[in-house]
Design a protein around this ligand. Structure first.
Ligand code: NAI
Length: 391
């Protein structure tokens, strides 16, 4: 009798709203430009070791290298080849190092393109303090906040018209003649931008923040906005965000409040312990997540993920840039990428492996074993070796 060998499926899929993860899932990785080349090999080794250790070799990531960024452009003439996007469309997950942003008009940021093409509507940035790290505030340990930044709307939609162009002129005339707008101070020379904010975009982001709070056992969710000035866009976000609680009984016990963005930037310095989960619009989220990351000791350790919770697509990423000043010197801090890897392992449901990586990192940092940017003296590679030994 002929035996039929079926190839073991390795694709992660989304079924009935839940991620289905095989024992050997295929995951894309983009090492990134600049220090991406220093930190990615280290992070990959540490993540693999944690998975091996946690599951005694029964689980392993099937890594697939994907092309994107400056080096890819030099080799192929394309910053983001279609194959890379197709792969993530098909396989759902990828993790990436930093990518340089092409300079010059006509080129969009590769990161923004990935987020928009895959509709990764939630940018999730957990910010917490690791003892041992030099931080600029007296009590960095009071910070344990996860930001949910809306990733597809707001002025990041990229609808802008340059000063002096026919398009800007046309829009300005439409605003004046059709809508009776009289408030543009210099109508002849203004550049104009459009800020779309919708109940649909707001509510899917807020539901993601609420679901996260419930899973993590957190109760406080804060909406950060500038609704005092922008009544219909940011004020709309505030209004629609509150509505989500009434739409589903499972959210009934969450304690909601809202804070104006400028006050929030004061409050995170004065009373950071008041906040647990924060949902905010795109631009506010950009400012707030970097400010919080700096507060606990720097951008070299803050991880991030861009997720579409409906389709399952997710890209986990180091939140810092390519750091051209230290690229290739073997001194960059791989922690941001590693902690994004921890988020990825948690997203897969591989919590034991996630916790091994996080614990080894926390122990190293507490013992002063760290790279120079956060007060240590180790090279990237030596820091990686210490983590591997602990795992
Ligand atoms: P950057 O984050 O690359 O560097 C800012 C400063 O932080 C530099 O002094 C750098 O040495 C230091 N730094 C950053 N990451 C570090 C790490 N892991 N370990 C130790 N030190 C670290 O920001 P910059 O210079 O504004 O951007 C450089 C390039 O990166 C630009 O092309 C920018 O567009 C791109 N970029 C990409 C991002 C991404 O892919 N997610 C995010 C931010 C910037």
């Amino acid at each position: 009798m002929k035996t039929i060998f079926r190839k073991k499926t390795m694709k992660i899929t989304m079924q009935n709203g839940a991620l289905q993860v095989p024992e050997n899932p295929t995951i894309g990785y983009i090492p990134g430009d600049g220090i991406g080349q220093d930190i990615f090999p280290v992070a990959k080794k540490v993540l693999d070791a944690a998975v091996r250790r946690a599951y005694a070799g029964k689980r392993a990531i099937d890594w697939q290298k994907l092309l994107a960024g400056g080096e890819t452009f030099e080799a192929t003439g394309d910053y983001l080849p279609a194959e890379t996007l197709d792969f993530i469309q098909e396989n759902l997950l990828a993790i990436k190092g930093p990518l340089m942003t092409p300079v010059g008009e006509g080129f969009r940021s590769i990161n923004v393109t990935l987020r928009q093409k895959l509709d990764l509507f939630a940018c999730v940035r957990p910010v917490e303090y690791f003892p041992g790290i030099e931080a600029p505030v007296k009590h960095p340990e009071k910070v344990n906040i996860t930001i949910f930044r809306e990733n597809t709307e707001d002025i990041y939609a990229g609808i802008e018209f340059a000063s002096g162009t026919a398009e800007a002129r046309k829009l300005q005339q439409f605003l004046q003649n059709e809508l009776g707008v009289t408030k543009i101070r210099f109508p002849e020379t203004s550049a104009l931008g459009v800020k779309p904010v919708s109940p649909d975009g707001t509510k899917r982001l807020v539901r993601a923040a609420f679901d996260y709070a419930l899973v993590q056992g957190k109760t406080k969710v804060t909406f950060v906005h500038k609704g005092n000035i922008m009544k219909f866009t940011e004020g709309g976000f505030r209004k629609w965000a509150y509505e989500v609680q009434a739409e589903d009984a499972k959210y009934a016990n969450l304690q909601l409040n809202d804070v104006i963005a400028d006050n929030f930037l004061q409050q995170i310095l004065l009373n950071p312990q008041k906040f647990e989960v924060v949902a905010t619009l795109n631009l506010n989220g950009d400012y707030v997540s970097d400010a919080l990351a700096a507060q606990v000791g720097g951008i070299g350790i803050a991880p991030g993920a861009n997720i579409n919770y409906t389709t399952g697509h997710a890209i986990f990423e180091a939140t810092h840039g390519t750091a051209p000043d230290i690229a290739g010197k073997n001194i960059a801090n791989p922690s941001s990428l590693l902690l994004s890897g921890v988020m990825m392992l948690d997203y897969l449901g591989w919590h034991e492996a996630a916790s091994l990586v996080k614990t080894s990192l926390a122990e190293s940092l507490a013992a002063g074993e760290a790279t120079t940017d956060i007060g240590g003296s180790l090279s990237t590679a030596d820091f990686g070796k210490i983590l591997l030994a602990k795992i």
